[in-house]
Design a protein. Structure first.
Length: 271
């Protein structure tokens, strides 16, 4: 149900992005500082990105993270060992070793096993291990955990609009070194160069209906780990990978976990 809800929110996000670019207004600004002696004409988006996009992205990620945590709790309830379902969460890690440690690590100082899944039945624990939610293992699942922490504890999911000029109608360009160029993708919120006017060139609208339209995509913004990725494809890959992991995990809890452990797990012995 949570994954279905995430898919519904993806569709809503797609509609918002499509409508945003169809209605977006932009203007021409001039940059004389970047390249002295040249007047660079830039197209800049004037329409602000809909604020609901930040919230919808966070909701999608929340549903994915929550669905995985609930699987871990279900596995705890179905294990014969002394598990603590209320304190159970789906493990992750920066790499394979830290992930295994979070599942069933051994604390030398304490002289005992630690890890969130240490009392899970072996088959259920191996089913979790096979999902590999760590960097270099399953990067889409790893992103679910990393971004869920950002949205829950730090800030809204940052977005930016990247693209360039699409159509320029009823304008006259004079005295340009480069009259018109399709440039980008760049940050449309800051301005993307489309013409080099040298010192004296000009751009003039010659009709009351003169207009500029841009094409682009809403991307992850800021300086985070995934900045620059197109938002919708990125979230879609996270949703579909989580759904696939759910299908595999469901087999384990239904008693159909007959897959042999992969070689990488075999080397670490009884996990």
């Amino acid at each position: 149900m949570k994954i279905d809800r995430a898919r519904a929110l993806l569709a809503e996000l797609q509609d918002i992005e499509t409508r945003f670019f169809s209605e977006a207004r932009c203007s021409i600004i001039y940059d004389t500082q970047t390249n002295p002696g040249h007047k660079l004409a830039k197209v800049k988006l004037d329409t602000p990105t809909p604020e609901i996009i930040h919230v919808l992205a966070g909701e999608i990620i929340y549903h994915l993270r929550s669905s995985l945590d609930q699987v871990a709790v279900a596995f705890a309830r179905n294990s014969s060992g002394p598990t603590q379902p209320k304190n159970t969460y789906y493990p992750t890690g920066d790499n394979f070793r830290s992930f295994v440690k979070s599942c069933k690590g051994f604390d030398r100082k304490k002289g005992r096993l630690t890890g969130n899944l240490r009392h899970f039945d072996t088959g259920l624990r191996k089913a979790v291990l096979r999902t590999r939610p760590y960097d270099g293992g399953n990067d889409q699942l790893r992103a679910v955990f990393r971004m869920a922490n950002v949205d829950k504890h730090m800030e809204l999911i940052a977005v930016a609009v990247r693209g360039g000029i699409n159509v320029m109608q009823n304008f006259t360009i004079k005295g340009a070194f480069v009259g018109y160029m399709v440039n980008g993708p760049g940050n449309l919120g800051e301005g993307v160069v489309f013409s080099d006017l040298m010192p004296e060139g000009s751009i003039t609208p010659n009709h009351p209906n003169a207009k500029i339209t841009v094409r682009g995509k809403i991307c992850l913004g800021g300086d985070g780990f995934y900045a620059g990725n197109e938002l919708l494809p990125f979230l879609t890959s996270m949703v579909e990978e989580t759904a696939k992991s759910h299908d595999n995990l469901r087999q384990a809890i239904a008693g159909g976990d007959e897959q042999p452990p992969s070689n990488v797990y075999f080397r670490f012995g009884a996990l």
